[in-house]
Design a protein around this ligand. Sequence first.
Ligand code: PHE
Ligand code: ZN
Length: 850
Amino acid sequence: MKDSAPGTVYLSDYAPFGWLIESVHLEFDLDPDATRVKSRIVFSPNLNSPEQEFFLHGENLRLISARIDGTAISPRITREGLTCPVPEGEFLFEAEVEINPGANTALEGLYLSNGMFCTQCEAEGFRKITYYPDRPEVMAVFTVEINGSASVLLSNGNPGPRGPGHALWHDPWPKPSYLFALVAGDLVAHSDRFTTASGRRVDLNLWVRPGGDEDKCAFAMEALKRAMQWDEQVYGREYDLDVFNIVAVDDFNMGAMENKGLNVFNSAAVLASPETSTDANFERIEAIIAHEYFHNWTGNRITCRDWFQLCLKEGLTVFRDAQFTADMRSAPVKRIRDVIDLRARQFPEDNGPLAHPVRPDHFQEINNFYTATVYEKGAEVIGMLKRLVGDKAYAEALELYFARFDGQAITIEDWLSVFEDVTGRELCQFLRWYTQAGTPRVAVKEEYDSGTYTLTFTQSTPPSAASPVQRPQIIPIAVGLLGANGDEVVPTQMLELTKDSQSFTFEGLSGRPVPSILRDFSAPVILEHEISDAERAFLLAHDTDPFNRWEAGQALARETLCYMATSDARPNPDYLEGLRAVLRDDSLDPAYRALMLGLPGESEIALALSAHGIIPAPEAIHAARERLLDALSETLADDLPALLDANAVRERYSPDAAQSGRRALFTAALALWSRRDGGARAASEYAAADNMTLQLGALGALLAIGRGEAETAAFYEQWRHERLVIDKWFAIQISHAAPDAAVAKTRALVQHPDFNWKNPNRFRAVLGALAGNHGGFHSRDGRGYALFADWLLTLDPVNPQTAARMCTAFQSWRHYDGGRQMLIGAQLDRIATAGGRSKDMGEMIARIRA
Ligand code: PHE
Ligand code: ZN
């Protein structure tokens, strides 16, 4: 079904570009406000008899001259690009354009960050650099000449001859324009080297601005080498150039970008030191370094035919980086973290007005589709595929994938074809995971009769604008059965649910078992399994599947919070006692126990209530969560001092899984203990902290009980020259503010001289923290909504991409009461009718209001 919104692009309208590109030669004369770009592009006709006119994308370019086969032409120029008649057969297109990087605040195309030239071309930024068929399936070999005064001049591929003010780069691998990159600045390198399995020597450089960042490179470099080796060992993929460059940039809309041979990173996603970065930062950096590196094969060598296929590279690469993290650290901990993240970010998207399939079929602005659905659900879908075909067939299918599609731009159907060919299985039902939006609900019924146990599953997915008709999915459900003493009587089996409703029978049991369903979160669904608190407590104590054991505790916490938020119910003692037993079990990994201590967030409770037909009251949810935390600190009063002692790390700091797990348990215990000792211990831990994990953990514990004023001031003085730490300073004050103080705190902080809102990291630190403070954002008088909308409107003309992405803060608005819906609706109307709004934000607001 097509809606009539102008400017909408449909997958069903896909048509190939009429020409191939034989070669691209670019020459840059860099200048902050008048950079000249000369292009020489050799086109040849594609199979499908080209028209006699062709169109090249180009935006905000000043055309100086254009020639075809040496003859000057006067093409027709519009806001979107250039059209001109072209000869039959092969021809040379030449153009010279002028662009203004200094005026580029959108951070897309060529722009300046702290005086450094850098580019961001995915998805459609290359058209802001020169005229070009800026579509991913047009792959070409690039040669790039750079003239500029900076000491370091970088582009993709291998370096050629260079001299003062000049550098030449050649990338032998055909690539789409979105992978083009150029960086020029007075940078210093942290260098290393890697030898591939087949003996190719690769120079590795991590480029940063001099003066403070050089000592924050070592960890990312080690992570890169581990990722390179892992991809050889696990996927048989080697690196394919002589150099691999990474550049850290302060102004960046996303985490990082996989440009061929020249990854560009948000500084926050690459720079780390124990004093300035938390354990969570280290783990994230390791994952992003791996993610961008893995793109070299899944994204760059094999790329997307069109942007609807974005999940082809992103889902697979997220899946691969998750495997890497699981191997480097703890697989259960990584799995649990990913599910927490999926529920916090993807479920609200998939169950609200922004729902879209993993492979969307229409969009206005592709930048709005770099979503949790495309990335994280896209990775879950690959996890399911692997479960369904098994590890061996998965490995064979990937071998075939790389062999068959190397150098091509392909579709999800192509991706699935290798699995069909390797297994002989038809995957047309599986394709629905890519084409249907929404989170399937899976309801479970149990029956037991003299040794025979039957599980009946019923699936349904609520229809939505994106998917009005929902058809049954193929859902892998991992199930194990436990006996009364906690022994596993039936080990994990992969049941395949393919119909609306289906039963599975287990024979020969000696008693009624307790089922452990959806082990390891084997599918991204909502499980509706009504079991007693006693059974959940039993699973919390005994489940042999670490994910489901954690899940049992979460389900108890979620349910008790839902009751507590809607009545004056007291916390469920089964939960409190069960959790205490788990925490006392020293055989369990501290990182895992720390996750056990984590309560569902307030917005998760709001969505859970709303799923039960109850309108959530944010103040009541916050109060319920506070009461549960108090009850936990009371129940665990005798255990917390011992937990703190046992998990205090006295060794030299290392961000590894073991140490960071102990610190995670330590800081979780510290936060609870602060509710008992009024923050005395947290204050002394703060004073003694010699790493950011502890410093921030202690500060958070103090702020959460309404203390920490002196520490907050001291923190600023200590770190005022470390921009990445100051981002944390802004964020923690807002995220830990009480609901009735969060808006005022945000108002005060946007007045702070260091609130440089044009920097995406700083903007997100402040406004993202406000949106994440559920009680504060949803403050009953609507001040949170109004302040947030003010800032969206301020940012939009400057940086539409980041402004549009942050509109997601409003996506769950229909779940709240009429008063709040009116207040949010008024802000959405205000944004919708504001003049000069970007296409990015226009699309987001229209979808949220729909
Ligand atoms: N492709 C990048 C990644 O997933 C993300 C990105 C998208 C960065 C668009 C910049 C712009 O690693
Ligand atoms: Zn990616």
